[in-house]
Design a protein around this ligand. Structure first.
Ligand code: MBD
Ligand code: FE
Length: 309
């Protein structure tokens, strides 16, 4: 006989009532998930002999997490957003989808509705000094055919690791643009090389990371959504090679295939030809999209997004 409270009729009945599995109304899938999650939590409390003070410390933590709007920050920090990616990778493998650009997590700092332009854009508003970046590439399908009219929705941090909208010191949609590819599927943009991101040092996410003996840093990176009719939406990022946190990302988003070479251009004529007076960086990166497929779950994720006012 088990001496777990969870195996008693009293607690089993309690969990059935808690989850509504003892009634016919409501949503059966949700009931089963609530039953599992609450039951697993009860088992954790029992196995670790969690004391009431500890339990209420955790509840107060969730309250602070929500108040600080850091749910979307803790989730990648706990590897859960990466786990969702691994599940989608697996589903695509099973559906026979192969050869696309690796996905990686969206993260919490996307803002919808960035300015849309054709073929090229400048992402920075010129108010910040930093190393100028020229990035360009092509959007193709898995057969190598260029995708004209694809939309490359790009966002990244400034040289201090801050994202516009969330960092009120930056102008609206700074370092955020949507770029439509040309007839050859090409896009290009000018921006500034970003710095890595660090979790707010006094926030609840960093507080938990501290207690796990972990840091809250991400390597410098640039985010992308790439969309085109007839193709699966790609959510990905590139990392800036050479960053100290390249393979030590608190959000577990670095993946093989997403670390393009950064060319440093120092040639005086090349610098002048770009209208600059200091060396700059160049990155080439192509995106390969999977075709639309009914055999794998949709990659369009519904989650709350800010929209700059
Ligand atoms: C970021 O910029 C980011 O991309 C993620 C995943 C988490 C926190 C900040
Ligand atoms: Fe980011």
């Amino acid at each position: 006989m088990s001496d777990s409270l969870l195996d008693t009729k009293e607690v089993r009945d309690l969990l059935m009532k808690v989850s509504g599995l003892d009634n016919a109304a409501g949503d059966l899938r949700l009931k089963r998930i609530v039953h599992r999650v609450v039951g697993d939590l009860c088992r954790t409390i029992e196995d670790f002999d969690v004391q009431p003070d500890e339990f209420w410390t955790a509840m107060a933590y969730f309250t602070r997490l929500g108040q600080a709007n850091e749910t979307g920050l803790l989730v990648p920090g706990l590897g859960l957003e990466t786990f969702l990616d691994l599940r989608m990778d697996e589903a695509e493998r099973k559906a026979g989808l192969e050869g696309g650009t690796p996905r990686t997590i969206e993260g919490p700092l996307y803002v919808a509705g960035a300015p849309l332009s054709k073929h090229e854009a400048r992402l920075d508003d010129g108010t910040e000094q930093g190393e100028v970046l020229f990035m360009e590439g092509q959007v193709r399908d898995v057969n190598g055919k260029p995708v004209a009219g694809a939309v490359v929705d790009v966002w990244h941090a400034n040289t201090r690791g801050g994202y516009s909208f969330f960092d009120p010191s930056q102008a609206k949609y700074n370092l955020r643009r949507r770029i439509e590819t040309d007839a050859e599927g090409r896009y290009r943009f000018r921006s500034l090389l970003p710095s890595g991101y660090a979790c707010p040092p006094d926030g609840p996410t960093q507080q938990l990371l501290d207690q796990l003996g972990r840091h809250g840093n991400r390597p410098a990176h640039i985010h992308f959504f790439v969309t085109a009719p007839g193709h699966r939406k790609l959510t990905t990022q590139i990392n800036i090679d050479g960053d100290a946190f390249l393979h030590d990302d608190f959000a577990f988003a670095t993946r093989d295939g997403l670390i393009p070479a950064v060319r440093r251009v120092t040639d005086a004529d090349a610098v002048r030809a770009r209208g600059l007076n200091a060396p700059y960086a160049e990155i080439g990166f192509d995106f390969v999209l999977h075709p639309e497929s009914a055999a794998a779950p949709d990659t369009v994720v519904t989650r709350p997004h800010a929209e700059a006012a």
